[in-house]
Design a protein. Structure first.
Length: 381
């Protein structure tokens, strides 16, 4: 694919990177001049059906009626306002999500790409939950090329989106394979007597080491596990003084005690960071009896139902629905585990091998995502 590089040329109103067959400046319009914006509405009065309902987070449910039929780009009115969505077909949007229609001299797919280049948070009109108004969106100035250039540009980026979608599915398949392996090994092991329920206090020991040497502060996420806080969140949320934080070593198990998404009682992760790091003093940190047990625990508790079933009997809810559980109390339940060291090592080795493949696929996904971000920066004004 050949591109023309315009970034060193003093040409106004053209992108830095462009297909060579196109020339001339892009025209400026207010968004309200090139499309109409529709309001979402409540869907609770509708019946179940096959027409998707979208909110700012994406698909929600399906109903038997539609607000619009055709190509549209959605943008959040309230809540998540910086993640536009594209859809083609019959749909319904809730009242926190705008939809677009009646496109004039502009392709809906190009609008979707264009909307991804806009810093929507810059136009936020609320001090609390981010919000946008139709009037504000309509006044935003954008640059638009010819229909032919729009078509070629949007086709390129949609192809890249498809590749990113495929890459995500590959990762999901590998992650499902891990859970299938654990489930089958557990069921077969219990029936054959090679697995039994083992108290976690028999395989984990609390690590009581404080961050007196000022180690790197980490967070714990559902998707990434133990991660550098600044690299993952963009800034530090740690206290000024972190000597009371808990040290985490490679292979340690960390329990967060904080509800998140599908994990109402917190998440349990193994640290894959080779260097010693530190985490919030609110987290429990534990040393596995061996690395293979740590690996199995990490992947076992990756499944929300496993984490819930283990933690639910141990948890006490506070007055403000806070989670009350001591580090010692965390160890007072049991899960099925292999009895023999050989079985433990074999299963852990298999799971680690698949995880290594997942990391390779995630690296490819990151490359595709960065490529798209680069093209959005360079091929739009």
């Amino acid at each position: 694919m050949t591109m023309a590089d315009n970034k060193d040329k003093k040409v106004l109103n053209v992108p830095a990177l462009r297909f060579p067959e196109f020339s001339g400046e892009w025209d400026e319009y207010a968004i309200g001049e090139i499309l109409s914006i529709g309001n979402g509405r409540d869907y609770k009065h509708l019946h179940n059906g096959d027409i998707p309902v979208f909110g700012t987070g994406g698909y929600m449910t399906s109903v038997d009626d539609f607000l619009y039929d055709g190509e549209s780009v959605f943008v959040g009115r309230k809540g998540t306002i910086n993640k536009p969505l594209y859809y083609n077909g019959k749909f319904w949007t809730v009242d926190t999500l705008f939809y677009t229609y009646n496109f004039t001299d502009v392709l809906p797919k190009f609008v979707y790409c264009l909307f991804q280049t806009i810093n929507w948070l810059k136009y936020n009109e609320a001090s609390g939950v981010p919000s946008l108004s139709k009037a504000t969106i309509e006044k935003i100035k954008v640059r638009i090329p010819s229909m032919d250039e729009q078509d070629k540009l949007s086709n390129l980026l949609f192809l890249l989106d498809k590749r990113i979608e495929v890459q995500n599915k590959i990762i999901e398949k590998y992650e499902s394979l891990i859970q299938a392996i654990i489930y089958k090994a557990k069921i077969d092991g219990i029936s054959k007597g090679t697995w039994r329920r083992i108290d976690l206090c028999k395989v984990l020991q609390e690590r009581n080491e404080k961050n007196v040497n000022g180690r790197t502060i980490c967070s714990v996420s559902v998707s990434q596990g133990v991660v550098n806080q600044i690299e993952y969140l963009g800034r530090s949320f740690a206290a000024k003084q972190t000597s009371h934080y808990n040290v985490v070593k490679y292979g340690d198990i960390v329990y967060t005690k904080s509800p998140t998404g599908d994990f109402p009682y917190g998440i349990i992760k193994r640290s894959n960071i080779r260097d010693d790091v530190a985490v919030s003093p609110l987290y429990g940190v534990y040393i596995p009896v061996n690395d293979s047990i740590g690996v199995i625990l990490h992947f076992y508790f990756m499944r929300p139902s496993n984490a819930f079933n283990y933690l639910h009997p141990l948890i006490q809810k506070g007055a403000k629905n806070t989670i009350n559980i001591t580090n010692g109390r965390f160890l007072e339940n049991s899960i099925p585990l292999p009895i023999s060291e050989n079985d433990t090592n074999t299963i852990a080795g298999t799971l680690k091998s698949i995880q290594e493949k997942i990391e390779i696929e995630k690296s490819l996904l990151q490359s595709y995502t960065k490529e798209k971000e680069y093209l959005l920066r360079q091929m739009f004004i």
